[in-house]
Design a protein around this ligand. Sequence first.
Ligand code: NAP
Length: 250
Amino acid sequence: MILDKFSLKGKVAIVTGSNTGLGQGICKAYVEAGAKVVGVSRRPSDETAAICGKNFYNVIADLSSCDVIPKVIDETLKKFGKIDILVNNAGIIKRQDSIEFSEEDWDSVLNVNLKTVFFLTQAVAQQFLKQNSGGKIINIASMLSYQGGIRVPSYTASKSAIKGVTMTLANEWAKYGINVNGIAPGYMATNNTQNLRQDEERSADILARIPAGRWGTPEDLQGAAVFLASEASNYVNGFTLAVDGGWLGR
Ligand code: NAP
C-alpha cells in the first residue's frame, strides 16, 4: 500500500544538529515514522530526547572537525546495529559584509557545512556498502544553493557546493541503491535566522516576498524529510527539493 512506502519502521537514521530547530523537527518526524534515531550535537539534545523517547540516542560531537566521524559511526552501530539514513542538517552561518569578511568566518562555515558533511557522508556510504543495504542521504541545503544572498559569502559557497556535491554523489552511488538528495528550506523561524528576523527592515522585505505569507517552521520540513528517507523516493536521485513557501518561484 502506498502509505506503507513512507514508513521508516525498522530503519536507523543519523541526524546531525539534533538539539534544536530543523534537526529536532526531523528527529521527531523520523521517530513518529517508526525509525530509531541517533542525533548528533555538540551540546546535549536533552529536549529532543524528551520529545522522542526511547528510540532516540544522542551522540555528542563537534562537527567542525572530521576527527569525530569514526565516533559517530561506531556509537551508532554499537547502539542500533546498522545505518539506513543520514541527514546532514548541522550548519552555521556568519553574516558580515564581503568587503571585510574574515578567513576565520570563511573556514568555520566551510568546515561544518561542507567538509564534514562530505566526509561523514562518505563514511556512512562505506557502511551502506558493507551492509550491502543501500541507504538514504539527505543534505540540508538552502535558498542560497540557488541564489547569492547578501553578507553571507561563506554560507552561500557552502550551500551552493552542497547542492552540486549532492548530484555528484547521486551519480556515483545510485547504482548501489543509495539515494542522495537535498532539501532546500526557505526562510524558517529558527536560531539560524534569529538575527535576520530581529532586523525589522530585512525581516519585512523577506516576509513580503514569501508567497505563503509566513516564515516556515520545523514542522514544514518534516514531510519532505520523511519522503526522501523512505522507500517512496527510491527513484529520486540527486535532486534538491525546495520547501520554501514559494520563495524560489517568485
Ligand atoms: P539552528 O537552530 O541554528 O540549527 C543548527 C544546528 O546545527 C544546531 O543543532 C547546531 O548546534 C548545529 N551545529 C552547528 N555547528 C555545529 C558543530 N560544529 N557541531 C555539531 N553541531 C553543530 O538552525 P536551523 O535553521 O535548524 O538549521 C539547520 C540547517 O538548516 C542548517 O544546515 C541551516 O544552514 C539550514 N537552513 C536553515 C534555514 C532557515 O531559514 N532556518 C534556511 C535554509 C537552510 P548548536 O545549537 O550547538 O549551535
